[in-house]
Design a protein. Structure first.
Length: 313
């Protein structure tokens, strides 16, 4: 349990702040996974988005600087709490994240309802630094805590008919005031192809910066697909359904010309209203070139062999 609310935290206080949250539960979970959490050091776990490039494209370690906690938790897209970037931080305290369950159902042999605390202990979170790149051409580098989605899917045993995975956000206008307005069809839904969902880079995030997810970042559990645009990273998930056919996804349903089902980060495929060739790292002055698949081409490009990525954007 957090003693301080994120609203009260200055960016300069982050290291100190870590001493306040419930280390007992977190350390218990991460120790089981063999994860060492150095309080002040920037953790060097897995690949960050800029590290995957090679040769002339290779970036300096300076480019891998973490985005300050304050920016990560105060500049958000979470339309359930308003369409302004600062609305989620102001309003997301209205969301109750305990008790919380995630139903996993559909084309699986062992459907189940998982309590969020059971997920924490069954799938101990590990820390991974992933870049979240928004389709609006800004990005952040964030130390997420989470577990691979494939571990959860493995536990429910997909049938041979399962081809896609659909994710659904909580629908509760009482707790989520943005859902009282028709800005989007509610609840927010997203989808992946099963092989994308089973890829080891695909994460169910339950925390960031060594603490539980702040509500505005999608507490208590959200998706992170590091090679896709941020809108695929559906927040506050209550249902995961394995399906035979491609599920509808919120932004593709609302604006199909602008947002495709795949949404792979691709500097060569422009958004109809702006270029995707460059991005602005939050807190940095100059734009930088966007990397194909957000820097993970080596690991994930094979998933799309033979596909026209201009058509399947
Ligand atoms: N999930 C829900 N339920 N509602 C949303 O409005 N916005 C998406 C995604 N997940 C959104 C969502 C978009 S557009 C982005 S860029 C990321 O969340 C932003 O995640 P962040 O606030 O942690 O940076």
């Amino acid at each position: 349990m957090l003693i301080k609310r994120p609203d009260d935290i200055e960016a300069s206080e982050i290291t100190e702040e870590r001493d306040y949250w419930d280390r007992r539960r977190f350390i218990g979970a991460t120790a089981a996974a063999g994860v060492a959490l150095a309080a002040a050091a920037v953790p060097s776990v897995l690949v960050a988005c800029n590290r995957a490039a090679s040769g002339s494209e290779r970036r300096t370690s300076e480019d891998d600087e973490l985005t300050p906690y304050d920016d990560v938790t105060s500049y958000n897209n979470f339309y359930e709490f308003g369409t302004g970037k600062d609305d989620p931080k102001k309003r997301a305290h209205m969301l109750r994240t305990r008790p919380w369950t995630v139903v996993v159902e559909g084309e699986v042999h062992r459907p189940g309802t998982f309590d969020i605390d059971e997920l924490w202990s069954r799938f101990p979170p590990e820390e991974r630094i992933y870049c979240l790149r928004c389709v609006e051409a800004w990005s952040m580098v964030i130390p997420w805590l989470g577990f691979p989605l494939k571990d959860l899917l493995g536990a429910v045993e997909p049938t041979s008919h399962a081809k896609f995975v659909e994710f659904t956000t909580l629908h509760d206008p009482e707790q989520m005031p943005g859902q009282r307005r028709d800005v989007l069809p509610w609840p927010y839904v997203e989808g992946l192809r099963l092989d994308e969902a089973m890829h080891p880079l695909t994460l169910m995030a339950v925390g960031l910066y060594g603490e539980e997810l702040p509500n505005q970042n999608g507490a208590p559990i959200r998706l992170i697909v590091p090679w896709k645009y941020g809108f695929k990273s559906v927040k506050s998930i209550v249902r995961i359904r394995l399906t035979r056919t491609q599920p509808a996804t919120t932004w593709n349903f609302v604006l199909p010309r602008e947002y495709g089902f795949y949404a792979n980060v691709n500097p060569e495929v422009d958004h109809p209203r702006w270029s995707q060739a460059r991005e602005r790292r939050i807190g940095h002055l100059f734009k930088r070139p966007t990397l194909p698949f957000n820097g993970y081409a080596e690991q994930v490009a094979g998933l799309y062999d033979g596909m026209d990525l201009g058509r399947y954007y």
